[in-house]
Design a protein around this ligand. Structure first.
Ligand code: NDP
Length: 501
């Protein structure tokens, strides 16, 4: 058994990791620990502490204290230097971190390598904003006053992140929070706790003072809930399911903490008859089978004009049947397993219910009997009822439902007939239609003739049950600041103390 936080990843041992609070490697006060599984090998490969409420208190206290230490005294220029260094260190260690992500989540190494080499851009982009958080000088309506605003750090940020893209979704929160001057406590998913701990070593190496970035590990309903409910947390930044997001928002509301919630989706891909059908088929595959469908922005509902329905379904099915399933670390693999047992059971349960309701299985339909484990075949379902669970609810697996439409209005109505509103796409060669339909879709992001593209500089987030607030882009940094207004009296005169003015 290895005993350092930078424990080597070997098949033969369970690597031993500790939490990071105030720059120290620590155990939970209770001494409890849990194992994290490699979903491909289906066995424990690492272990981490199982934090309780007193550990959460310690992490939040460390983050609070750091606000009044050297970090709180730094200028945006100084924070930016550290952030750029952190970006460089992540770039340096991208390969190692990608292997850890794949080991913990079962996601393809080729996808995680891509994510890890892209994550530094979040730190570079937001480092460019750290020194530009300018307030405004406001001309007063009163001749003897002048007013100005400052964007001050919100304070202690609690981040709760899921298992599907652990470090990327952490970076979406950490980079703007650091730019704003906040301090940070993250609770990663108990399914993927390791890379947040690995990141803490790089934060330290970059020169951030202790307590700016703290990692507590444990289970959602205990550790996560205690963090979201902590009265000394100023903001909760959450990514995960809608159900848990609502519970996190309730916990945060009890102490009026700010929240951003990036939640589930059931995004629609609309294919019009004039679309490039090969490109659309490729986009549909990318939308729902990449990451084995375990992505909030999965384009899981295909809405296709009746005149091209059969042609498009045939192309998608043909490609789905050639998708290579297997070891996520193998560069030839195109789809890995489900990330954990509850997720595997959820997907197989929803597929069984869809079959019972009479859905037609164009391909796939359940577990891969050859590979076993948590593998699910890429699945395409036709003949589905628009109101069925499989069409309306997030599967978070490689399952595409297909519905035909006859008119543009019908396509838009079907797309918007969802409680979610995260993303969507329009496939058409008609420039007028592309923009027109994009404007009418009730979704936070719409791609035209593309799918599953994000960037640090483009806002991302949901409408309706898909979330609150936006990540990425310039506005996201203001999700981590509080605006303070300062009034300056210019004349030194006194005035009537009993009037507002
Ligand atoms: P959850 O929403 O339950 O988990 C997301 C994060 O919240 C994890 O860190 C989890 O910790 C934590 N958490 C869980 N319960 C609480 C709580 N009561 N208070 C505070 N934090 C909590 O997602 P699941 O892992 O259970 O996945 C279920 C479904 O959610 C998926 O099938 C998918 O549909 C959706 N999902 C959506 C994601 C997205 O990106 N929008 C990401 C992940 C899931 P822990 O994992 O340790 O329990």
């Amino acid at each position: 058994m290895s005993t350092t936080t930078d424990a080597p990843v070997t098949a033969a041992e369970v690597a031993y990791y500790q939490m990071v609070i105030n720059g120290e490697r620590v155990e939970a006060h209770s001494g409890a620990r849990f194992d994290t599984l490699d979903p491909y090998a289906q066995k424990a490969w690492a272990s981490a502490p199982d934090a309780g409420a007193s550990d959460v208190d310690a992490a939040v206290a460390a983050a609070r204290a750091a606000l009044s230490g050297p970090w709180g005294a730094m200028t945006g220029f100084q924070r930016a230097v550290l952030m750029r260094r952190l970006g460089d260190l992540i770039a340096r260690d991208a390969d190692t971190l990608a292997v850890l992500e794949t080991r913990d989540s079962g996601k393809l190494l080729r996808e995680m390598s891509g994510q890890l080499s892209y994550i530094p851009q979040w730190f570079y982009y937001y480092s460019g904003l750290a020194d530009k958080l300018e307030g405004s000088a406001i001309p007063s309506d009163k001749p003897n006053f002048f007013a100005y605003t400052r964007h001050e750090p919100l304070g202690v940020v609690a981040a709760i992140v899921p298992w599907n893209s652990p470090l990327l979704l952490l970076a979406w929160k950490l980079a703007p929070a650091l730019a704003a001057g906040c301090t940070f406590v993250v609770k990663p998913s108990d399914h993927t706790p390791i890379t947040a701990i690995a990141l803490a070593a790089l934060v330290e190496e970059a020169g951030f003072p202790p307590g700016v970035f703290n990692v507590i590990t444990g289970y959602g309903p205990a550790t996560g809930q205690a963090l979201a409910a902590h009265p000394d947390v100023d903001k909760v930044a959450f990514t995960g399911s809608t159900t848990t997001g609502i519970s996190v928002a309730h916990a945060a509301a009890d102490h009026l903490s700010r929240v951003t919630l990036e939640l589930g989706g059931k995004s629609a891909q609309l294919v019009f008859p004039d679309a490039d059908i090969d490109a659309a088929a490729n986009g549909v595959i990318a939308g729902v089978f990449a990451a084995s469908g375990q992505t909030c922005m999965a384009g899981a509902r295909l809405l296709v004009h009746r005149s091209v329905h059969d042609e498009l379904v045939a192309k998608v099915v043909a490609r789905a049947e050639t998708i290579t399933l297997g070891n996520p670390a193998d560069p030839a693999t195109e789809m890995g397993p489900m990330a954990n047992a509850p997720q595997f059971e959820k997907v197989t349960g929803m597929l069984a219910a869809a079959r019972k309701e009479g859905a037609t299985i164009a391909t796939g339909g359940g577990p891969d009997s050859g590979l076993g484990g948590f593998f699910i075949r890429p699945t395409v379902l036709t003949g589905v009822a628009p109101t069925s669970e499989i069409v309306c609810e997030e599967v978070f697996g490689p399952v595409l439902t297909v519905l035909p439409f006859d008119t543009e209005d019908e396509a838009i109505a079907l797309a918007n007939a969802s409680r979610y509103g995260l993303a969507g796409s329009v496939w058409t060669k008609d420039i007028h239609r592309g923009h027109r339909v994009a404007h009418r879709l009730r979704a936070g992001t719409v791609w035209i003739n593309a799918y599953r593209t994000v960037g640090p500089n483009v806002p991302f987030g949901g409408l309706k049950y898909s979330g609150v607030g936006r990540e990425n882009g310039i506005d996201a940094v203001y999700e981590y600041t509080e605006t303070k207004s300062i009034w300056v009296e210019l004349t030194g005169d006194t005035r009537d103390p009993f009037t507002l003015g």
